[in-house]
Design a protein around this ligand. Structure first.
Ligand code: GBH
Length: 484
């Protein structure tokens, strides 16, 4: 393997570590004044989560942050990406609603603990947990005019209270996943779609695009505020994190499949990426298929959104083969009228199966995706999530903790990203593996284990058991990051 020649390839200030999200790890769902989020509501609605579980306790990191930071330190990380729970900080969410000091104190303590251990915090403002009160008050992100001042006020509180120590901000995590899972498929909170077997309310053909627009514009206003009022003194950077997998043509020689794959990338990634980094507008392929169902940017919005991210925050897990369809697009299609397949025309698989239906190990697409993003947008890339589950992880046995499958995943992807830096000149500044510990995997509950740390969810304290992958990742970055 080429791994030795990759020694010292990554910049010496490259950040690496683990990413988490508040709902998935904190627990303390109503502790110390926290308000209810749409995910609390969702999970407490019978039938919504696969194993009937809730994030009420999750992995109790709200209570165990000190020992968790100690474990992170043992894993050798230089950064830790976590999200703030909006309803922990402002329980009712709105610009005129009271602040919960106890909630802010928790995050302030966590930041201090990280810094005291030499770990740089990367903080996400929004990882899907809209305050329920805003949903009830005006429909959350469906009402952009009401929502923007509330989100911007929340961002301001975070900058004011944590920005003296937090220098790396991410506004939204995966706006596209929030909209598609929550408003198109209806399988995530706030559980809206056109599918009346699943959801009482919603319209999959319009709402995802309305909500996506709200995310983009509110992101841009929060960034404007940071740049005008905080950046000069606090000297941090701010951006957005987009989700995207690699789309490869099913038949590499068929121009229709090549176009379909590019269309799939545009619907999944450029939906948000082009407005922010390239044109201030949605891709032409989306306008062509969606017409007036896709909102239009006003001149003012467009100007505000374009250039509103200091970096490209990138979450990616897998690759798919994409085949064109000969039929016209369905009104509820959000992928560019394509078919997503596990094997290509020659019968080659996209990669070995994990324990999660959509996820297969396919590092070959990771390098291609890094190049596609770099060529299209040309801003530094911060990889903010990447990781996998593995079959058969049901008890912390020696075999499970020696997690070969996950190790091979990380070896492949970390190799691919380092090769993209070395061979292709892509500017990559961070890598956060998903995730630190097994956690509450949203609608999949506790069944999908993404952690480099096994968690015994049956134990009262959610006991942690390091898996070997944590130490393999440490060794890899120890080699690949340049020394002084
Ligand atoms: C991330 O999202 C999240 O940020 C994180 O919270 C989560 O725990 C982690 O991934 C692992 O799931 O059937 O092909 O349409 C990744 C989100 C999940 C988005 C699968 C697309 C639909 C798959 N992706 N989803 S598909």
């Amino acid at each position: 393997m080429a791994s030795d020649s990759l020694e010292g390839v990554l910049r010496k200030d490259f950040f690496w570590g683990y990413a988490t999200a508040a709902t998935q790890v904190e627990g303390g769902w109503n502790a110390d004044g926290k308000g209810v989020s749409i995910w609390d509501t969702f999970a407490h609605t019978p039938g919504k989560v696969k194993d009937g579980s809730t994030p009420d306790e999750a992995v109790l990191s709200y209570y165990q942050y000190k020992s968790d930071v100690a474990l992170l330190k043992q894993y050798g990380v230089t950064g830790y990406r976590f999200s703030l729970s909006w309803s922990r900080i402002i329980p009712l969410g709105g610009a005129n609603d009271p602040i919960n000091e106890a909630g802010l104190q928790y995050y302030s303590n966590l930041v201090d603990e990280l810094l005291a251990n030499g770990i740089t915090p990367f903080v996400t403002l929004f990882h899907w947990d809209t305050p329920q009160a805003l949903e009830d008050r005006y429909g959350g992100m469906l009402d952009m005019k009401s929502y923007i001042p509330d989100f911007v006020n929340y961002a301001r509180v975070c900058f004011e209270r944590l920005g003296d120590r937090v220098k790396n901000w991410i506004t939204y995590n995966e706006p596209g996943v929030y909209t598609l899972a929550g408003y198109a498929a209806g399988v995530h909170a706030p559980a809206r779609s056109s599918n009346r077997d699943l959801n009482e309310i919603g319209d999959s053909s319009t709402e995802p695009f309305i909500v996506g627009h709200t995310e983009l514009v509110s992101h841009a206003y929060a960034v404007q505020l940071y740049r005008e009022k905080f950046q000069e003194t606090q000297k941090g950077s701010i951006g957005i994190t987009l989700h995207g997998n690699w789309s490869e043509p099913w038949d590499e020689d068929d121009p229709l499949d090549q176009e379909a794959a590019e269309r799939a990338r545009e619907f999944e990634i450029a939906w948000y990426g082009d407005p922010v980094y390239k044109t201030g507008d949605y891709p032409a392929s989306m306008r062509a298929q969606l017409g007036d169902r896709l909102p239009k940017f006003t001149a003012e919005e467009s100007k505000l959104v374009l250039g509103s991210s200091d970096f490209y925050g990138m979450n990616s897990y897998t690759s798919f083969y994409i085949r064109h369809l000969d039929t016209p697009p369905h009104i509820d299609d959000h992928s560019g009228n394509v078919e997503k397949l596990d094997t290509n025309k020659k019968g080659v698989s996209r990669g070995p199966e994990s324990d999660t239906y959509w996820l297969r190990t396919s590092p070959w697409g990771f390098r291609k995706l890094l190049n596609w993003i770099w060529k299209r947008y040309g801003v530094p890339i911060y990889i903010t999530e990447n990781g996998t589950t593995a079959k058969g992880e049901t008890a912390p046995t020696e075999e499970v903790l020696n997690d070969r499958f996950r190790i091979e995943f990380f070896e492949g992807y970390i190799n691919a990203l380092t090769t993209a830096v070395k061979e292709d000149g892509v500017d990559i500044r961070s890598y956060f593996a998903w995730t630190f510990t097994d956690n509450w995997e949203w609608a999949a509950g506790y069944s999908d284990r993404f952690g480099v740390t096994y968690v015994d969810f049956e134990s009262k304290e959610k006991k942690r058991y390091p898996k070997r992958s944590a130490f393999v990742i440490k060794d890899l970055f120890g080699k690949y990051i340049a020394k002084d």
